[in-house]
Design a protein around this ligand. Sequence first.
Ligand code: PLP
Length: 390
Amino acid sequence: MLSESPTLAMSARAKELKAQGKAVLDFSAGEPDFRPPAAVTAAVTEYLQTKPVHYAPVPGMPALRDAAAAEFARYHGRAVTRGEVLVSCGAKHSLANLFMVTLSPGDEVVIPAPYWVSYADMVRLGDGVPVIVPTRREDGWRLQPDALAAALTERTRFIILGNPTNPTGAGYPAGLLRQLGEVMARVAPQCWLLVDDIYRRLVYGGFEHVSAFATLADVTDQIVIADGVSKSYSMTGYRIGFLLAPANVVAAASRLQGHVTSGAATPSQIAALAALTDPSCEAAVQDMHAAFTRRREFMLAGLQALPGLDVVAPDGAFYLFCDVSRHLGPGTQFADDIAFATWLLEQKLIGSVPGTAFGAPGHLRLSYAAADETLRDGLQRLGEAFAALP
Ligand code: PLP
């Protein structure tokens, strides 16, 4: 049976408490709090006022596929055709499509933990087998070559790397990515690398995001990329994601989505097209990035000062993954991270997501995609909550 997305469940409960009039400070959400760039809203508004809203072509409007292909080509430094790009209802849908059309029963997919909540369930949806490979705090939560080598078999179909990763924010520098690519080519040459680049524009502190294609020149025909506009353009609700994959995979995924969604919503595609092509959007993206940079510094410093909480400075995304294991287990008030997160929400009105949801018990994920005042008040409230613990 599929599990409910735990991050969405925590967000829903926080919203429920808010609706009851409780002053919840919510750090559970995985979405920016900004409005999308003004040109996005203007484009979709004009479209709705002047055009009938019909079905779009199943794989995406040609103009949007071309714009996404141009952006992929620019970033990855290689020619990308329209046929290699599929527009779907969010990167989540891109990934689900991919697993459904590429996995055969029993195919294995390597997923480093802590992992984004949906990967394993999506792999199961495609009749695949998630192979969870733990990463370590001392390795910055990055998958290491020896751990990868030990996890690969002749049944491995994909290795998933979030670059940067949700929930830890860990990114893959070129050197490590190259090592992982070498292991893949040597131990499991049939395997493909799936890079989830949804947070690639949200990196900080000198971390340099690198293109998997540019870094792994020897295996470029075995790389698939998921990307989209949700996070960097603050367009989560528009639900537009992109898959960059060989044309035959895109064609198969398109056939699938033709039967399941008939493609992504037309107004959303118009909005995404504006995001990718209107030159004014770049400044808006930079402004949001600057805000996230500031918030990350503020939250990181504040959390590092809390007693019994350990957090690694993340390379990217907008999460802080905190080890709270000192406050859990025998002799403490809480059996586990779920009990701790539930207490924080129900008693202290602070929304977070327990690490168990990401395959890493003993942790909490706090999102700093929240207004500055919320972060300030939340840090103070967290300080009081932690100070009250033995
Ligand atoms: N990949 C990761 C790692 C994410 O955290 C998310 C969203 O939370 C997605 C993909 C999906 O993004 P989208 O909103 O485009 O479906």
